[in-house]
Write a protein that binds this ligand. Sequence first.
Ligand SMILES: [Zn+2]
Ligand SMILES: [Zn+2]
Length: 504
Amino acid sequence: MADKQTELKAMLDQGLITQADYDQQMAQLNSNHLDQADVKPEATKQAAKFAVKTTCPNCGSTDFAWQPSLQKFACNYCKAQFEIETPDYLAKAAALKNDEVYNLSGKTVSVGLSKAVDKENVGIVTYQCPNCGATISFSTQDAWSSIKCEWCRGEISAENVVPNGYNPDLVVRFEVAKEQAQANVADFINRRRWLVSKKFLREFKAADIRPVYVPQMMIDVNANESIQGLGGVLLNMYTETYESDDGKSTYSVTYYDYDVYQWERHFVLGINDLTLGANEALSQQSKTSTNNVIDVVKPFDTSKAVPYQHQYLQGGYRSERRTLDVDDVTPDVQKIAIDMGYSQVQPTLNYDHGVRYDNATMEVNGIRYAAVLCPIWLYSYYEYDSKGNFKRQHYCVVNGQTGKTIGSMPINVTAQIGWSIAGAVAMFVLLFFVFPFGGVDIDIKWILGLSVAVFAAIAYFTYTAVRNTDKHNDYVRNTENEMFDLESSDVWVDRVIRSTNPSI
Ligand SMILES: [Zn+2]
Ligand SMILES: [Zn+2]
């Protein structure tokens, strides 16, 4: 602790921190320890404000930026590397552990999600792109004259300044360096190059990839859930053979004897760090932009989140503004919590003749919301039709923490149809010419039908391989969730004999 005091004194002497910040930091050092429970959101916010250096500790320059490959800040002027110190108690307050979700009660909304912070928001400036409407925040250190929208690459000027909105609470920092992100995207595109529009391939420049923080709401939930339904237990299965009415053929019927049970499961569901998009435009399904791929690069390891500092938006890093509030995402939280409940309950249902889910209810005991920025590398591309009209905005996205990569690209329609026809023709040749040689005779209707099916299947698979429209984030699988205090009841209600239903 003595070291820390000396360092603080030195920082004060060098003018790196103000007297007020110094006093507050010293007071905190002297209070021995702060348990997580003692950390008030306001204190967290204030402590976070001075935990970061605003100038290079070596040369005093303000020209520095986060370096993903070093996991440090580096000065662009003197090349010094330095870290932002996150005191232990702040790091602890940053994220609940899953076992702590078990004790969560009441509703907690972080400082970053309350409106009070609006006035205190310092160090960043926000612009709204006049071309595509995106809101872009970045450090006041970066010259506004050089700003291009990372979503549509439109020019943005000082006239487009809008209020900043609210400071987020936390940030998941970039770990993937630009070179790696470029390589990931180039590789992703290259593996699909036979199916991607030639114009896109010609115009693609890996260097145009941009580091962007997307605003997310991070949510912990503790809820009582009840799920009810019916289940069948097979007793007997038998097949009987009958003669047809005209006596010329036979047919068989399979019968099932089974017991029907009414089952109920009551439990506490704990969800840790569910992250949902907090920017309305990016969260919406859209026909003209491929927003879905942004969610697909999840999950982020939010246990590594640190308190937000505006210095993370320095040196080319941008952030989208949060536009959604707690109430806007709550219906999605409930839907996801019920889905998680279903998948938790499933292994507890020992029924071999079908399960029916009739009803699920949920009552929230505790819920905690925080605002977090998550890092992505973004490549955006505008597709125009043959008449030059805007058609669609495509994104290729790399998770800035894990490197997971996905994208949407304009398809090469000629290649798509070409491959589909080739497949259909191959199928036709096989069935029409090759099979009859082997002694198998197939009806021409079947041959044509199967050939058309092959055409449709290839057209579909080539389309989704390039556009990834069918991909969405699987929150149920990608989010830590646990079932506690399970109470089960399984009550016999009926016995069914000689049913032809293969499932209840
Ligand atoms: Zn320096
Ligand atoms: Zn734009």
